[in-house]
Design a protein around this ligand. Structure first.
Ligand code: NDP
Length: 462
């Protein structure tokens, strides 16, 4: 008789947990996955996928307006929020079923239950079942933060609720200046809401390239979104169906919804981690792991958002796959976290890979910057006041392209392809040797010949 009920117990049926379970089962492991809510996790159920569907839907407004310049006359269009929500829910249910089926097809068993540690090898499920496992993978993801307690915080929604609102808010105030705040600001604005973004710093998208930050801000403002910087929400009052948000600068704003998107925290609470000997990383609050995603307990691993390393679905998937290959496939794999491409699905969207100009200048003594901002061809006829930003950051010593930053339609699609070149350590000469594909926006990436700025650090002066 086997010593343990299962070889691998996975806590969390999100993208990372599911990938790990399927690959481990493929390597012959007896696997159980516990999911307390819905299979698919944040990305599928209340993150990337429904968000992207909302982005696509909300972008239609621009298409309808832009059509006039191309000769279309479209009778006044109407939008029905409940139809959007119902169709989105149908698609998410389909994906959830596909996730469930794929896990079961792999031979892993799913327990629709919350699992907590009793000790490093024992899990108690909310169904009352007790399971012993040789190896445990924690893939519980993260959840929205709401920050410090302020009066009226109970009136504030997060992105979780934004996916299920009964009606489109006529006015919405969103606090935050990162991925989720800006994506939802543009979604709601696209569907016709009056949107105000409240951000505590001096400009949105901290950590992104400075040119990206200012470009996105100006494009969002051109679309009518109000961006208030240098302030926070200090309290929210409710009067009937309306809310008043009080800001730290002394002003107040009325709206029909108030949403906070001020970061996410790893789901580490009430899992019994202390009973299992699993330590938390004090610097970020996530589960502390080594390069193989192993925690402080030798038979317990953690991947994805619960480790609070890079909170991105493809990273969790890669970490889950690497864990399964390492532990059950006899093939140690470390995930390379360098040059992860990422996108903010604002409108226009941001695609970026590699270093910002600031990071490159801190790292390299010679940095060349190639930058262009131009009117996309569509605007010449649509009349839309919009510009595309493209920027390459080059290590001037090796000629290697170390960063690529794009703001404009399809920036994410372009950067996914450019990321291959950056990962392969392509040089600017390689970009120059590549023929342009005309007429595209992306051709600018291979036609920028003269640096817009060249920085040479004076080592002697330092
Ligand atoms: P982000 O970390 O991207 O942004 C959080 C924002 O909230 C920042 O602007 C931050 O300001 C601000 N903030 C933090 N704390 C406070 C506070 N106490 N009061 C006021 N403002 C505050 O988090 P998100 O919630 O937008 O998203 C979480 C993560 O999920 C992202 O970092 C990303 O990893 C992932 N994600 C990825 C997406 C994608 O790939 N497209 C989409 C959505 C999420 P400051 O900059 O000053 O710290």
């Amino acid at each position: 008789m086997a010593e343990f009920d299962v070889d691998l117990f996975v806590i969390g049926g999100g993208s990372g947990g599911v990938r790990a379970a399927r690959i481990a089962a493929g390597h012959g492991a007896r696997v159980m996955v516990a999911e307390e809510y819905r299979m698919g996790g944040t990305c599928v159920i209340r993150g990337c996928v429904p968000k992207k569907l909302f982005v696509i839907g909300s972008h239609v407004r621009q298409e309808l307006t832009d059509a006039a310049g191309f000769g279309w006359s479209i009778p006044s269009a109407t939008f029905d929020w409940p139809t959007l929500i119902a169709n989105k829910d149908k698609e998410i249910a389909r994906l959830e079923a596909a996730y469930t089926a794929n896990v079961e097809k792999s031979g892993a068993r799913i327990a629709k239950a919350r699992a907590v540690f009793e000790d490093a090898h024992t899990l108690r499920l909310s169904t009352g079942e007790k399971i012993s496992a040789n190896v445990v993978l924690i893939a519980t993801g993260g959840a929205p933060n709401h920050g410090a307690a302020i009066p009226g915080l109970e009136h504030v929604i997060s992105s979780n609720e934004a996916f299920h609102l009964e009606q489109l808010p006529r006015r919405i105030l969103i606090q935050g200046g990162g991925y989720i705040a800006l994506e939802f600001a543009c979604i709601f604005a696209g569907f016709g809401s009056d949107v105000t973004v409240v951000y505590r710093g001096d400009n949105i998208l901290r950590g992104f390239d400075e040119d990206v930050r200012s470009h996105v801000r100006s494009e969002m403002e051109k679309e009518g979104i109000t961006i208030l910087t240098g302030c926070t929400v200090t309290g929210v009052d409710k009067h009937g169906k309306e809310y008043t948000s009080h800001l730290s600068n002394g002003s107040s704003i009325a709206s029909d919804q108030v949403m906070f998107a001020i970061g996410r925290h790893p789901n580490v609470a009430n899992l019994g981690l202390e009973k299992a000997g699993v330590a938390i990383n004090p610097s970020n609050g996530g589960i502390a792991v080594d390069h193989f995603s192993k925690t402080s307990a030798p038979n317990i691993y953690a991947i994805g958002d619960v480790t609070h390393r890079f909170n991105l679905t493809p990273v969790a998937i890669r970490e889950g796959h690497a864990f399964a290959d390492t532990v059950f496939g006899k093939r140690p794999v470390q995930v390379d976290h360098a040059d992860i491409p990422t996108a903010v699905f604002s409108q226009p969207e941001v695609g970026t890979v590699g270093l910002t100009e600031t990071q490159a200048r801190a790292q390299f003594s010679h940095v060349d910057v190639y930058k262009t901002s131009f009117r996309p061809i569509k605007s010449t006829m649509s009349g839309r006041d919009t510009r595309v930003l493209m920027k390459l950051v080059v290590d001037g010593t090796t000629d290697r392209v170390v960063g690529c930053h794009i703001v404009g339609d399809t920036a994410a699609e372009i950067v996914q392809a450019v990321a291959i070149a950056v990962k392969m350590k392509a040089t600017k000469a390689d970009f120059d040797a590549t023929l342009a594909l005309h007429p595209t926006a992306a051709e600018e990436l291979v036609t920028m010949r003269t640096p817009t700025a060249r920085y040479v650090r004076d080592e002697a002066a330092e």
